[in-house]
Every structure is written in structure tokens, then in C-alpha cells.
Design a protein around this ligand. Structure first.
Ligand SMILES: Nc1ncnc2c1ncn2[C@@H]1O[C@H](COP(=O)(O)OP(=O)(O)OC[C@H]2O[C@@H]([n+]3cccc(C(=O)O)c3)[C@H](O)[C@@H]2O)[C@@H](O)[C@H]1O
Ligand SMILES: Nc1ncnc2c1ncn2[C@@H]1O[C@H](COP(=O)(O)OP(=O)(O)OP(=O)(O)O)[C@@H](O)[C@H]1O
Length: 247
């Protein structure tokens, strides 16, 4: 769909990450590593920007063993320092405290707690080390708001924010990320069997074409635009009342 020079893209994004983190007075990057492609690409770019000061955090929360294995595979292949923090027990305690039912699958009020616990964990390590939290959201997800507000969307910088998902896949190939990670069907992993494309109702290829060219068939266009409108609040400044209205 788009032909980018991924050597150039890599160089620009690595410099951008280094500049943003340095400008903030911080000296490294913390990234949540899920075993998926977005966090694989993000953590490898961070490692190129901060060889010694990139920390990956792997945070299973009733996740599959395969996720943990794949996250480790990337960390080991690119020599990224990482720690594993199992958030399962914290999640269970929290659910019990709230009196919620943890078995409800796609109950978003419950499912979104997982990314929000991960966000809290990432900010702990960021503050401890004077690092920034580097997010993994790509342009496709940001466009339709396919992320948890203040969960995986709660980050300091988002280097993939102007690459669509299909471009992230190409970048992953250029960076040498293992093919098994590139081929995994995209999932937020919030419940068993979840699939991004099934939940959104269109494919990333369709979404990316819409973003890059404005083209989409009637039904797909309307699904994409419905999500954009529904989730616009996630990428907008915090609504506050006008000062003039209260004085
Ligand atoms: N107009 C408005 N103005 C201001 N705030 C508004 C609002 N409408 C809702 N809200 C607030 O936003 C909340 C809903 O947003 P949110 O809590 O995010 O929840 P929601 O958008 O319902 O769910 C998150 C979505 O992101 C997907 N996800 C999550 C995590 C990772 C990934 C991934 O693939 O990487 C995808 C997940 O599968 C699900 O489809 C409401 O409960 C309300 O508090
Ligand atoms: N088990 C996990 N351990 C650490 N971080 C995680 C975990 N699951 C999700 N994350 C963080 O939340 C981000 C959103 O992940 P999610 O798996 O929901 O979907 P994604 O956008 O397809 O990303 P990825 O392709 O990296 O999996 C991940 O990129 C990662 O930074």
C-alpha cells in the first residue's frame, strides 16, 4: 500500500525517541512487552536509542504462556533487559474488592483493568529509573481509538503513532523480528479468543487503506467512522468548562 524506506524510518524513529526522552530530562525507556508485534518493534527501537537504558516489563495477567514465551524471545534476540511481573494475583484481588465477576469475558469494565494495572506498573519503573514510558500504539489504533483510555493509551510518547499497522509489520521485518511474532493474529489479549479484526469488524488492511487513501467500501467506511467518532475523546485534550462561562 505504501512504500517506505525502513532504514530511514528506523533512523528517524530512533533519533526521535532519543530526543524526546532527553528533552524530558529522562535517560531511558520502559516498555511493556506483550509478545506481540507492536511492543516488539517499539522495544527494539528503544534499545537502539538507549542501549543500556531500555527496560522491558513482561506483565502476564491471566495471559497465555505463549505470550510470555514470545516476549522473552524478542528480549533475548535483541538483548533487551527485562523483568517479569505477574499481575494475575493483583487483578484477582482487585476484582474481588470491586465485587466484580472476573469470568465475564468481554465485559469491558473488567477487561480494561488489565491494561490499567500494566500502566501503573510501567509508571512505577519509569519513576524509579528516571525513564519515560514508551507506548506501542500505532496510527491505525490511534485513529479508531482501539486502545484502553489510560491503560495502554496512558503513555509518555508513542513512536509508532504515525505508522499504520501494515507498515509496522514491514518495519518489524526490516528490524529482523522473528517471523512467528509478525504472523501472530493481532489481539489485545483481554479475553480468550479475542481478535482485533473480529472486534472492530474490519481488517487492518481496510483500515490502513482508509487512513492512507481515504478509500473504503460503504459498510467498512461507516464502521470505521463510527469508531472514530465514538472514541475521539481518547485523543482529544481533557474537556474543561470555559473560564468565561464561570466568571
Ligand atoms: N464522549 C466522551 N468524552 C469523554 N470520555 C468519554 C466519552 N465517552 C466515553 N468516555 C470514557 O471512556 C471510557 C471508554 O473508554 P475505554 O475505557 O478505553 O473502553 P472501551 O473503548 O470501551 O474499550 C477499550 C477498547 O480498546 C481495545 N483494546 C484495549 C487494549 C489494547 C488494545 C490493543 O489492541 O492494543 C485494544 C479493547 O478491546 C476495547 O475494544 C468510558 O467508560 C468513559 O469513561
Ligand atoms: N502481557 C503483557 N506484558 C507486558 N505488556 C503488555 C502485555 N500485554 C499488553 N501489554 C502492553 O500493552 C500494549 C497493547 O497490547 P495488546 O497486546 O493489547 O495489543 P497490540 O496493540 O496488538 O500490541 P502488541 O502487538 O505489542 O501485542 C502492548 O504493546 C504492550 O506494551
Amino acid at each position: 500500500m505504501s512504500e517506505l524506506d525502513y532504514k530511514h524510518v528506523t533512523a528517524v524513529l530512533v533519533d526521535w525517541i532519543r530526543d524526546k526522552i532527553t528533552e524530558a530530562g529522562a535517560n531511558g525507556a520502559v516498555v511493556g512487552m506483550s509478545g506481540g508485534i507492536d511492543s516488539a518493534v517499539t522495544s527494539v527501537l528503544c534499545k537502539k536509542a538507549f542501549k543500556e537504558n531500555t527496560l522491558g516489563i513482561i506483565m502476564p495477567c491471566h495471559s497465555s504462556d505463549k505470550d510470555l514465551e514470545d516476549a522473552r524471545l524478542v528480549a533475548d534476540a535483541f538483548d533487551i533487559k527485562y523483568i517479569v511481573k505477574d499481575l494475575g494475583p493483583v487483578f484477582d484481588n482487585f476484582i474481588e474488592l470491586l465485587g466484580a465477576d472476573s469470568q465475564t469475558g468481554d465485559d469491558m469494565a473488567v477487561a480494561n483493568i488489565k491494561p490499567r494495572l500494566r500502566m501503573t506498573t510501567l509508571y512505577y519503573y519509569a519513576a524509579r529509573n528516571n525513564y519515560l514510558v514508551v507506548g506501542t500504539d500505532n496510527w491505525s489504533e490511534l485513529t479508531v481509538g482501539y486502545f484502553t483510555k489510560y491503560g495502554d493509551g496512558g503513555v509518555d510518547i508513542a513512536p509508532l503513532g504515525r505508522l499504520v499497522k501494515t507498515e509496522v509489520r514491514e518495519l518489524a521485518r526490516y528490524l529482523g523480528i522473528p517471523e512467528r511474532i509478525i504472523q501472530r493474529p493481532p489481539t489485545a489479549g483481554l479475553w480468550e479468543g479475542q481478535s482485533d479484526e473480529k472486534e472492530m469488524g474490519f481488517t487492518y488492511e481496510e483500515l490502513d487503506r482508509y487512513i492512507l487513501t481515504g478509500k473504503a467500501t460503504g459498510d467498512t467506511r461507516s464502521k470505521i467512522e463510527t469508531l472514530i467518532n465514538k472514541n475521539r475523546h481518547k485523543v482529544s485534550p481533557l474537556p474543561v468548562p470555559g473560564r468565561e462561562s464561570i466568571i
